[in-house]
Design a protein around this ligand. Structure first.
Ligand code: IPE
Ligand code: IPE
Ligand code: MG
Length: 250
C-alpha cells in the first residue's frame, strides 16, 4: 500500500514547518483523566514529528510548546508542564545530538524556571555545529511581544544614530525578531480543531499555507505529518501572482 510518505515530492519540500501542538487537555479529559495526562502523552507525537522531519530532510521545524499566555493557566498545570519539558530535554538530548539536529529556542526565556533555561541553553550550545536540521522550540513565546521588542530595538538604534528611518526595511525588521536566522514559515499546522493562531509567529506566517486539523495533538503521528506535507505540495503558492505566471516561471 502506498503511504503518504511515498507520495511526497522530495524536490518540493517546505523549508520551514511550524506546528501549534494543541488538544492535550481535551485528549485527557475524553479519557476521564487530568489535563496533565494529555501533556505526558504529547511527547510521543513530538518525537514522531521530529523524526519524520528528519527523515525527509525538512530543515526547520518550529514547535509551539508553551505560549506567553499559557503562564495564566493554573499553577499546578504550569509546574507540570515545566517539569515535563525539563525531563524531556534530559531524555531526548542524546537522540537530538545523534540525529545531528541543531536546537534553538525562541521566546521570553528569562521567565522560564532557571533549570529549564540552563538545560535549553546547554542543548543550544552543544548542538550549535550540527547541520542535519533545526529544531526550534517556542517556549514562553508570544508573537506580539516579539514584534514589540523588535520595534523597541530598532527605535533605540534610530535614536542613537545606528539606523535611519529609511533604512528600516522588511529585512531589517526581520533581523530583529527571535527568528532572524530562520526562513519564513512555509507550512503552519494546528491540531485540535481550533481555527486560530493564538499569538504564534504572526509576522513569519505572512505567506504560509495554513492547515487546521481536528486530530488532538497526542493522536498526531508520523503518517499525519506526511499527509500534511503531501497536501501542502498540492497547493499552488502564488505569492500574489497568477497561475500562468508561475507556469511560465515569470
Ligand atoms: C496544548 O494542549 C498544550 C499547551 C498549550 C501547553 P492544551 O493544553 O491547550 O489542550 P486543550 O486545548 O485544552 O485541549
Ligand atoms: C496555543 O494553544 C499554545 C500552544 C500550543 C503551546 P492554547 O491552547 O494555549 O491556545 P488557545 O488559548 O486555546 O488559543
Ligand atoms: Mg489548547
Amino acid at each position: 500500500m502506498q503511504t503518504f510518505k511515498d507520495k511526497i515530492n522530495p524536490q518540493q519540500l517546505p523549508k520551514h514547518v511550524a506546528i501549534i501542538m494543541d488538544g492535550n487537555g481535551r485528549w485527557a479529559k475524553s479519557r476521564g483523566e487530568k489535563r496533565t495526562f494529555g501533556h505526558k502523552h504529547a511527547i510521543k507525537a513530538v518525537r514522531e514529528v521530529v523524526n519524520a522531519c528528519n527523515e525527509i530532510h525538512i530543515p526547520y521545524l518550529t514547535l509551539y510548546t508553551f505560549s506567553s499566555e499559557n503562564w495564566n493557566r493554573p499553577e499546578d498545570e504550569v509546574d507540570t508542564l515545566m517539569s515535563l519539558i525539563s525531563e524531556t530535554l534530559i531524555l531526548e538530548a542524546e537522540e537530538i545530538f545523534t540525529k545531528g539536529l541543531r536546537m534553538h529556542i525562541i521566546g521570553d526565556i528569562e521567565k522560564l524556571p532557571p533549570l529549564v533555561q540552563e538545560q535549553m541553553l546547554h542543548l543550544v550550545d552543544v548542538t550549535k555545529n550540527n547541520t542535519k536540521g533545526n529544531l526550534i522550540l517556542a517556549l514562553s513565546y508570544g508573537s506580539q511581544h516579539e514584534i514589540l521588542s523588535a520595534v523597541k530595538k530598532i527605535s533605540a538604534k534610530v535614536k542613537n544614530g545606528e539606523l535611519t528611518e529609511d533604512q528600516i526595511t522588511e529585512k531589517v525588521f526581520e533581523d530583529h525578531l527571535y527568528t532572524c536566522e530562520f526562513p519564513p514559515v512555509d507550512l503552519m499546522i494546528r491540531t485540535s480543531g481550533e481555527v486560530r493562531i493564538s499569538n504564534f509567529l504572526l509576522w513569519q506566517i505572512a505567506y504560509a499555507e495554513l492547515q487546521f486539523l481536528d486530530t488532538l495533538w497526542p493522536d498526531f503521528g508520523r503518517e499525519d505529518f506526511f499527509k500534511c506535507i503531501y497536501e501542502y505540495q498540492n497547493k499552488e503558492r502564488r505569492f500574489g501572482k497568477i497561475s500562468e505566471q508561475l507556469e511560465e516561471n515569470l
